[in-house]
Design a protein around this ligand. Structure first.
Ligand code: BGC
Length: 394
């Protein structure tokens, strides 16, 4: 990466995680006091505890040359911390999470986790494929949510560091055995997180199967771009690039209708404060206890397209999400209730103190023939990509 600034001061925020290299002053005259220092992107591995007293869990800190840092643990592929740039060139943690493995294991509302095999709900924990009925564990009223009682958020993934020039990444793999949580087929799954030099976190999902099955993988990070977890997210300005959304029934299963957002509280085509209409008299908002719905992204097919943006107006922190996926679940932390302890060990995560923007296929697709298919067959490759780019707006 080339930095044009003649003199770059590197914030010492990351302690030992930054290495100083490339003092490229060989072309300068002896008396020109110009030192160009660049931090090298790095990956720092540390221990994050022991799962079920026997499986070590590691934490990998991915740090780019600017000092942006994304921490990932091998349990659930969870992003435990994401330090995004601020106006003053420092970096602040903008994702909800915990300090210890125990808290993640004991009762996390999917903070930061990889979701699989199926993001969001499958009605009544049941679906038919090729004439066969498959039964899944029910863990959300009558329905199966986020892959069942022990989905991909609750397993320990294998990890491999990936370094490619200025990009630092982590390749996580997991073999979900045939019948795991009721789903057919041995599913070889890979999720690769890559932190790029331009402050983009790329998330690439891949899977193959040896029997026909259904797959819908996503990432469940709760963002609070203010960096202060005592704040709600109601002032965050969100844009969702979607003209339609999926209304839900009382159990949050899509009714099957694709409804226009025009003239409704679900219209986020222009940036709007999350809190602007969240408490409006609206049957759908009542069902979701706020926003907890799937928006159908504008654009065709599997190309990388703009999905959503979010801006914290106070700090100027800005996130842009692009995805190959056809839809995005926007969830406004309506089930957070102040019972979970923040990372600093002091405050708690209050109602609506984090929001999720989960790129995915539609919920309950295996039971809704008109929705884009989530079926994966042997010989095919499941491949989707989502990126989260962080910057600062003045
Ligand atoms: C769902 C919510 C659910 C939450 C779990 C979201 O993806 O849409 O209904 O409560 O995940 O934390």
């Amino acid at each position: 990466m080339k930095l044009n600034k003649k003199f770059l001061v590197i914030p010492i925020v990351l302690g030992m995680s930054l290495a100083l290299v490339n003092c490229k002053n060989d072309t300068k005259k002896e008396d020109t006091p110009v030192v160009e220092e660049m931090a090298e992107a790095s990956i720092i591995k540390s221990n994050f505890g022991m799962f079920q007293d026997s499986i070590p869990v590691e934490k990998y800190a991915l740090v780019n040359a600017n000092g942006m840092e994304v921490d990932v643990i091998t349990y659930g592929g969870i992003i435990t911390s994401l330090k995004a740039p601020s106006q003053d060139s420092t970096f602040q943690d903008v994702v909800l999470g915990f300090d210890s493995l125990e808290e993640y294991v004991e009762g996390s509302p999917y903070f930061g986790a990889i979701i699989g095999r199926y993001g969001n709900r499958i009605a009544k924990g049941e679906f038919k494929l090729d004439g066969e009925t498959y039964t899944l564990p029910v863990n959300d009223g009558d329905n199966s949510l986020h892959g069942g009682t022990a989905g991909f958020d609750k397993v320990v993934w294998n990890a491999e560091e990936v370094k490619d020039g200025d990009n630092v990444g982590l390749k996580l793999t997991y073999l979900s055995p045939d019948g795991d949580m009721g789903y057919p087929g041995n599913l070889e799954t890979t999720v690769t997180y890559t932190l790029q030099a331009d402050n983009t976190l790329m998330v690439k999902y891949e899977a193959t199967t040896d029997k026909p099955t259904v797959v819908n993988l996503t990432q469940h990070t709760y963002f609070n771009l203010s960096g202060n977890f005592d704040n709600t997210i109601l002032d965050t300005e969100v844009m969702i690039n979607a003209d339609q959304y999926l209304p839900v029934d009382a159990g949050l299963i899509p009714t099957g209708e694709l409804k226009s957002v025009a003239g409704t509280t679900f219209d986020f085509n222009k940036p709007k404060k999350i809190g602007a209409e969240i408490n409006a008299e609206d049957d759908q908002l009542k069902k979701g206890l706020g926003y907890d719905h799937c928006w159908i992204l504008n654009g065709t097919g599997g190309e990388m397209k703009l999905a959503a943006t979010a801006l914290d107006p106070e700090s100027g922190r800005f996130m842009e999400i692009m995805s190959t996926e056809p839809a995005i679940q926007f969830y406004t932390g309506n089930f957070l209730d102040g019972t979970l302890t923040q990372k600093d060990g002091e405050g708690t995560y209050a109602y609506r103190s984090g929001f999720c923007l989960e790129t995915q296929h539609y919920p309950d697709s295996p039971n809704q023939a008109d929705f884009p298919s989530t079926v994966l067959k042997p010989g095919e490759k499941y491949e989707t990509t989502t990126s989260f780019k962080f910057s600062v707006q003045d």
